[in-house]
Each structure stands twice: as C-alpha cells, then as structure tokens.
Design a protein around this ligand. Structure first.
Ligand code: APR
Ligand code: MG
Length: 277
C-alpha cells in the first residue's frame, strides 16, 4: 500500500492566488449546513474555519434557534433559517453555491439524511461530516463527494471495529474510497486522505492539542472555504488538512497542548497560512 505525504512544499506550490483586481464574486459563495438546538457551537466553529479560508461569501443554513447564537461571533455570514428542513423538503435553491458542507452539529436523523440527499444533487463539491455521515452508498456525481469521518464515524460507515480500523488505516481508507467512489478523510493522528482512485495521502501536521471537541468542525469549515478559492478541489482538501494541523503545531511552540480551544485554530490560521505563502 503506497502512501504519499502531502508536505509543506506541496502546500506552497498549490495555494490559490488572490489577484489584486479580485472581488467577493471571484471567490464564490459557500453553503454550510450545520448546527442544531443542542449543538449550536458546531455551526460557529465550522463557520469561522470557512470564513478564514478564502471564500467570498458564506451562507449558513441552520435551525431558527441557532441563528441568534452565531450572529455576534460571525457577523460576516448570512443565513438560511431552517435550512435543513427546507433542504429535506427540496425547497431550497442551490445553484448559487460553489461548495457545500453539511454535518457539524447535526443530529443523525431522517431530516439530515433527506437534506444530504438533496445536497448531493447539486453539481458542486459536497463535504459530509459528523451527523451527515452514515452507512450508505453514493450515486455517481460529476462533482466530488468528500467524507471526513473520525475513526468512530468510519466504523459506523463500514461496520468495522475501531480497533480494526486503527490497525489498517491506509488499506481500509483506500478500499472504501474506491468502493464508494468518494474521497475519504480519515481523521486522527496522521490523518489519511484517499481519493476514489485509491491513492492515499498522509498528513503529518497536527498534534494532541486537537484532541478536543470542536476541532473537526473547524476542519470541515476550512475545507469548505478552500474549495471555493482553489482551482483544484484536491489541493483544497489536502491544504486545509495540512494548515489545520499546522495551526496546532504553531500553538504548542509556546503553549500547552492541553489548552487549545477549537475556535482558536481559526485565529491562528492567518499567520500559519502566511508562513507557507
Ligand atoms: N493528532 C493530530 N490530530 C488530531 C489528534 C492527534 N492526536 N486528535 C485529533 N486530531 C484532529 C483530527 O485529525 C481531526 O481533524 O482533530 C480533529 C478532530 O475531529 P473530530 O474527531 O471530528 O472531533 P470533533 O471536532 O470534536 O467532533 C465534533 O463531530 O464527530 C462529531 O459527534 C462528534 O460531536 C462531535 C463533533
Ligand atoms: Mg467531528
């Protein structure tokens, strides 16, 4: 099983441009479907990650009760109230979005499943995380489908035990990416990404400071944002994973790994990104 490493040089050579004459339309609108009454913070964390990652505009589709929680932290975003419900009823227009992410802070229920079904009909890259990940098959699409499971979610997808997954991470992620015809980001120490052709890329940034609730939500947002501004969706995914981990590596230079908060990852990103440019 051959595994390539996605290095700092690879990131440097594949970062998006930001032309002097660009405007917000240049970078597109991203749609984030996240957050529910009991998990509103996930929408904030993924929204912050997305807005720091190069997109032009962010629309957050979330439950009515969640909107008021987000506004003061993320005044730059716009909202689609009760977006998950509207999606589940096929009552939401999607043609304006350049990339879509769904799942952080969503319950794994019928409404989420119906919303995911609808989103997968859009002809743009779709990232599925957390509550949007389940054991299912994926119809062939013209645009990439990107799943970001942690080992527990990967176990749920595949029916394997977490132990079996951890002992065979590279071969299993490759096998399932090919079998489902999707991209799978298997998170954790040395996150592995497999594309549908079975190729696997290892990420070596990141550390145990990320082992804390919410850090995966930030990653989902970063992938969403980078999908909007990179010419290559594969580069967007691999660069987001690299930079997310690099933020944690920057944190532990001066601060304890015990103490990182997920929303602080997004605060570190501007400096960490500039260091690679
Ligand atoms: N070394 C490097 N990276 C790590 C480490 C580690 N030791 N531990 C965790 N990470 C990284 C992972 O690679 C991933 O990017 O931190 C992130 C953790 O993501 P998740 O496991 O999805 O965790 P979290 O953000 O807390 O998830 C929030 O989503 O998965 C659902 O139900 C879950 O409520 C939870 C929510
Ligand atoms: Mg998660």
């Amino acid at each position: 099983m051959s595994v390539s490493e996605w290095t700092k040089n690879d990131v440097r050579n594949s970062l998006p441009d930001r032309a002097a004459e660009s405007h917000k339309g240049t970078f597109g609108i991203a749609l984030l479907v996240a957050g529910s009454e009991d998990m509103p913070g996930a929408a904030i964390l993924s929204g912050l990650g997305a807005m720091r990652s190069g997109l032009g505009k962010l629309a957050i589709a979330t439950d009515e009760a969640v909107v008021s929680h987000i506004v003061s932290t993320l005044p730059e975003a716009t909202y689609v109230r009760n977006g998950r419900y509207l999606l589940s009823k096929n009552e939401m227009e999607l043609s304006q979005y350049r990339s879509i992410a769904v799942g952080p802070g969503l319950p794994e229920d019928g409404e989420t499943r119906a919303a995911v079904e609808r989103l997968l009909k859009a002809e743009v890259p779709v990232v599925l995380d957390a509550g949007a990940i389940g054991g299912r098959s994926y119809e062939e699409r013209n645009s990439p489908t990107i799943l970001t499971p942690h080992p527990g979610e990967f176990a749920r997808m595949t029916g394997k035990s977490i132990g079996e997954i951890e002992n065979n991470r590279a071969s299993l992620v490759s096998e399932w990416a090919q079998r489902l015809g999707v991209t799978i980001v298997l998170k954790g120490y040395n996150t592995l990404t497999s594309f549908a052709d079975g190729s696997v890329y290892k990420n070596s940034t990141g550390n145990s400071s990320l082992a804390k609730g919410g850090s995966g939500d930030v990653l989902t947002g970063m992938i969403l944002g980078m999908l909007c501004c990179n010419k290559s969706w594969k580069y967007a995914v691999l660069n987001a994973i690299y930079l997310h981990g690099a933020c944690a590596d920057y944190w532990v230079k001066k601060r304890s790994a015990h103490s990182l908060l997920a929303h602080e990852i997004s605060e570190l990103l501007p400096e960490v990104w500039a260091d690679v440019e």
